[in-house]
Design a protein around this ligand. Structure first.
Ligand code: PBG
Length: 332
């Protein structure tokens, strides 16, 4: 145990006597390079439509998406995570639209990867935006099927890679999917496609507004995702999930949600020393946003919460507030 000099040899308030000294000694910083903006894309006439439970976040059509990406890049945000919001008439029990070439997501990805070669696109790999039951995989006799789902995720991954996705992000929590996707990429000449695994994804109530945005909430009803997402109480199991995904070929691992799970983030970073992302999920954003709107909290809580992600070990952060923070606060 390190011995510390005692008062008055040590007066920690010397370190806090001016903004300049505080800034000089600051241990963690948040920069635009750390921020990832999640974006919802839909096939619709309007360039942008509002999402009730996610204020200031929109569903974009293709031209709205392109305009939004231009604005983000001007602000210094070069990474976006794309999620499709699919009309309910296109959903079915197998999530078939996920593997259809006419899926608007593939067209949009193709277009933006050509138009913005320096943009990093993260494409979600999961079936929940496409299934009429709202689960991330095939659902039969009250069960989500693992291996059959993984086969579909593997095909979905190849289509996303082919459309130009820089990073594939399996968010479904099926067992073994990272390995199967990695093999499929290797044998189809997509050796440079990165895999960002949602490795420690907890079965959280904080995903509610996202499920509104992609229209899976009503379909899912009271059925939770307890049979595939991690119990919020379990950190050892989360570390095991991360270890497995690294072994299977993940380049980057993610912890999700963020703020209530910073202990997991810190442990994952310390244990594996891998590139590690964290996701400030929809419910965290909605909760802070609502309190700011009511005047109960100030805007600074948003940036404080993301700075704390950095302190806990995040290399980059997915946040619905990324654009707002880059606009209002960050200069570098
Ligand atoms: C599902 C997926 C979810 C999120 C990202 N991908 C929700 C879920 O697991 O139900 C949540 C993101 C958020 O709440 O912001 N494939």
């Amino acid at each position: 145990m390190k011995t510390y000099r005692k008062y008055p040899n040590t007066r920690l308030r010397r370190l806090r006597q001016s903004d300049a000294i505080i800034s000089l000694l600051q241990e963690s910083r948040l920069s635009k390079h750390d921020l990832i903006q999640p974006l919802f894309i839909a096939e619709q006439k309007e360039k942008a439509t509002a999402i009730d439970s996610l204020p200031s976040v929109y569903r974009f059509n293709e031209s709205g998406l392109i305009r939004e990406i231009e604005e983000l890049m001007k602000l210094g945000i070069y990474t976006v995570a794309l999620f499709p919001s699919v009309d309910s008439s296109l959903k079915d029990p197998l999530g078939s639209f996920a593997l259809k070439e006419e899926n608007f997501l593939y067209k949009a990805l193709n277009k933006i990867s050509k138009e913005f070669p320096e943009l990093i696109t993260i494409a979600d790999v999961a079936l929940d935006p496409y299934t009429d039951h709202g689960h991330d995989g095939l659902f039969e006799d009250g069960k989500v099927l693992n291996d059959e789902t993984v086969e579909i995720l593997s095909s979905q991954s190849l289509m996303l890679a082919d459309a130009g996705a820089t990073i594939l992000a399996p968010s479904d929590m099926m067992d073994g999917r990272v390995g199967v996707i990695r093999n499929a990429l290797e044998s189809n000449n997509f050796k440079d496609t990165l895999i960002l695994s949602y490795a420690a994804k907890f079965c959280s109530q904080f995903y509610g507004p996202f499920r509104d945005a992609v229209g899976s909430k009503a379909n899912l009803g009271n059925q939770g995702k307890t049979s595939y997402q991690i119990n919020p109480s379990n950190i050892e199991e989360a570390l095991q999930e991360v270890a497995l995904d690294i072994n299977e070929g993940a380049d980057i691992v993610m912890v999700k949600p963020g703020m209530p799970y910073l202990d997991v983030l810190s442990k994952v970073k310390d244990t594996f020393n891998m590139p590690t992302f964290a996701y400030q999920v929809s419910g965290e954003y909605a909760m802070l946003h609502a309190a700011i709107q009511k005047g109960w909290l100030t805007q600074g809580v948003m940036i404080e919460s993301l700075l704390c992600f950095k302190r806990a070990g995040a290399d980059a952060i997915l946040s619905y507030a990324s654009k707002f923070i880059a606009e209002e606060y960050l200069d570098g």
